[in-house]
Design a protein. Structure first.
Lengths: 151, 135
């Protein structure tokens, strides 16, 4: 049985955050395409969003006075864990439909699992989330599993 | 691009990426990421103790999927894309992205590729895989 993951933290598994609704704009796609040095005209013209565009588009919009001194917004959708330093783990994406200007998307993030592992330098907790993005009409756009590693 | 003209082991064109202060500022602005390790060198080295301004992991993920997206052009669609950031990378480094075909299923019309971002020492710092659907 896990020593680091409390029963309270474990009760978060399967929990969903409030859905996020975003409107896709051509200008935002064009800005993303320039910043990531895309080479396809459809991205540079903003006709279609590059594969990882939603990673940025779905980031939380938090008032300035809630940002930490490091610039990072608070993550309210995270159980209390005894390990605090976080690293990006892996990302697995399945694309079902391209994202285009004018799309209105609904994204829901749920806590998939909490797993304790022994790393080379000490204990680690792997926190994985499932992200599901649909159109307002309920058409599936993207499924993604994101893993963050706490050490 | 015809699936019957693709072979396992075919390499995808490599590309070099040299982030600058300007490109990292614009990337973090468009993804709305205020974390100071991507634009504030004094804070990054003195407070978070990195050797330099950090090149975002997801930016490398984007460069990684561009390898396959640029290779197939409008001939196909990206079906799946996985990656993980294994080692950090810092402003001033030139990274190389590339990949190779690992499997082909002509009946399903799918091609699997393995992708990498290497640092100047030749270490794969961001590996990934993707499946594309052609036609």
């Amino acid at each position: 049985m896990s020593e680091l993951i409390s029963a309270e933290a474990r009760s978060w598994i399967g929990r969903s955050a409030d859905p996020v609704r975003i409107e896709i704009s051509r200008t935002d796609i064009r800005k993303y395409a320039i910043a990531t040095e895309q080479q396809q005209a459809k991205f540079l013209n903003g006709d279609e969003a590059p594969a990882m565009f939603l990673f940025g588009a779905l980031r939380p919009l938090i008032p300035m006075d809630q940002l930490g001194p490091d610039g990072i917004p608070p993550d309210k959708f995270l159980p209390d864990l005894p390990l605090k330093r976080v690293m990006a783990g892996g990302t697995e994406m399945q694309f079902h439909r391209s994202v285009k200007p004018g799309d209105v998307l609904i994204a829901t993030r749920s806590l998939h699992d909490l797993v304790e592992k022994q790393g080379k330098t000490g204990p680690l907790i792997f926190v994985s989330y499932n992200l599901r993005v649909e159109t307002e009409a309920g058409e599936l756009v993207l499924e993604e599993k994101q893993t963050r590693i706490f050490r | 691009m015809n699936i019957f003209e693709i072979s396992v082991g075919d390499t995808l064109p490599e590309r070099q990426h040299t982030a600058t202060n300007v490109s990292l500022f614009l990337y973090n602005a468009v993804i709305w990421n205020p974390h100071r390790i991507h634009y504030d060198e004094t804070y990054t080295t003195q407070v978070e103790k990195h050797p330099g301004v950090v090149i975002d992991g997801p930016l490398q993920g984007d460069w990684l999927n561009q390898v396959v997206v640029n290779w197939m052009g409008d001939a196909g669609q990206l079906a799946t894309f996985n990656y993980s950031n294994r080692r950090a990378s810092y402003l001033g480094e030139t990274l190389t992205s590339g990949g190779a075909v690992t499997a082909i299923d002509a009946d399903a019309g799918t091609v699997d590729v393995e992708l990498f971002i290497k640092n100047e020492a030749g270490e794969v710092i961001t590996p990934g895989t993707a499946q594309v659907r052609l036609g």
